[in-house]
Design a protein around this ligand. Structure first.
Ligand SMILES: C[S@@+](CC[C@H](N)C(=O)[O-])C[C@H]1O[C@@H](n2cnc3c(N)ncnc32)[C@H](O)[C@@H]1O
Length: 266
């Protein structure tokens, strides 16, 4: 069984990479696709004039900024103080509710039922134990109003699995087949399949509305092949295939949109 997450180590890494994390979503066409396909879901489920949104792992705030531009009121928290500092340096708006350092597993400083939507885009691939991920999901549910929306990002084991096949490492293929911890950026992270994510969301009292992969068919294409594409056509091809049930986990990242369940499964 995985040991619990060293959250101080996660904070240190993102403090160090805060600037590059801010630039990440513009770095390549594949990164821009990740942003565009996520923004589609934010537009559909989260964006409402004056909607109160908690971005519980905001990093330097690319998605928070997007929601502010669309008329939402956004509170940001993250393990990385430096990431939040960069956001505050860049963005001045009365619609920013707060910027506070802390873990998504403990939102005790926030009142129950105080947000229309929560973004959990980071903790679910950094928290290495099921109990920690469940704690983050339950905290999100607690602070959401009835019918509130959760947007949860995950990283699939797909790439690690293909790399293990390339390396001829059967033991690693067997281990990752069910998802599990892996090393990335010098820290332990978690890789999980959409089915496991959907089960955990339901265990935490959510009804899953949508799951979509964010790179999908392009996950294993070379950067040269991708950069040769016309952006809008490339995004359209990904949009046409990102919710095919049989392809959901064949990706780097995927996102689930879930609603607070009226009658939780458990
Ligand atoms: C790859 S960045 C993503 C930032 C942003 N949400 C996005 O999608 O572009 C992952 C972020 O998750 C944050 N994070 C990881 N585990 C966390 C936790 N338990 N609580 C709060 N933030 C966490 C990290 O500090 C980092 O800023």
């Amino acid at each position: 069984m995985a040991e619990s997450t060293d959250q101080d180590a996660v904070a240190r890494v993102y403090d160090r990479y805060a600037v590059s994390e801010y630039e990440r979503l513009d770095r390549s066409l594949l990164n821009r696709a990740e942003f565009a396909l996520t923004a589609d879901l934010l537009d559909e489920y989260v964006v409402r004039p004056g909607a109160e949104v908690l971005d519980a792992a905001a990093g330097p705030g690319r998605y928070a900024e997007y929601l502010l531009d669309k008329g939402c009121r956004v509170g940001l928290s993250d393990l990385s103080a430096e990431s939040l500092r960069l956001f505050e340096e860049r963005v001045r708006s009365d619609a920013v509710l707060f910027c506070r350092t802390g873990s998504a597993t403990d939102l005790g400083w926030l009142a129950p039922e105080s947000f229309d939507a929560v973004l959990l885009m980071g903790p679910l691939y950094h928290l290495v134990t099921h109990d920690e991920r469940l704690a983050a999901l339950r905290e999100a549910r607690r602070v959401l109003r009835p019918g509130g929306i959760l947007v949860a990002a995950y990283i699939s084991p797909y790439r690690n699995l293909v790399e293990a096949v390339e390396a001829g490492d059967l033991r690693e293929v067997e281990r990752l087949s069910g998802g599990g911890p892996t090393m990335h950026l010098g820290m332990q992270q978690y890789r999980g399949w959409p089915g496991a994510a959907q089960e955990a969301l339901s265990e935490a009292g959510f009804e899953v509305l949508r799951t979509r992969n964010l790179q999908g068919l392009a996950a294993r294409l070379s950067p040269e092949t991708i950069e040769g594409q016309e952006p809008e056509e490339f995004f359209a091809m990904l949009r046409a295939t990102c919710e095919l049930p049989d392809l959901l986990g064949a990706t780097l990242h995927f996102v689930c949109v879930a609603r607070v369940a009226q009658n939780p499964a458990r």
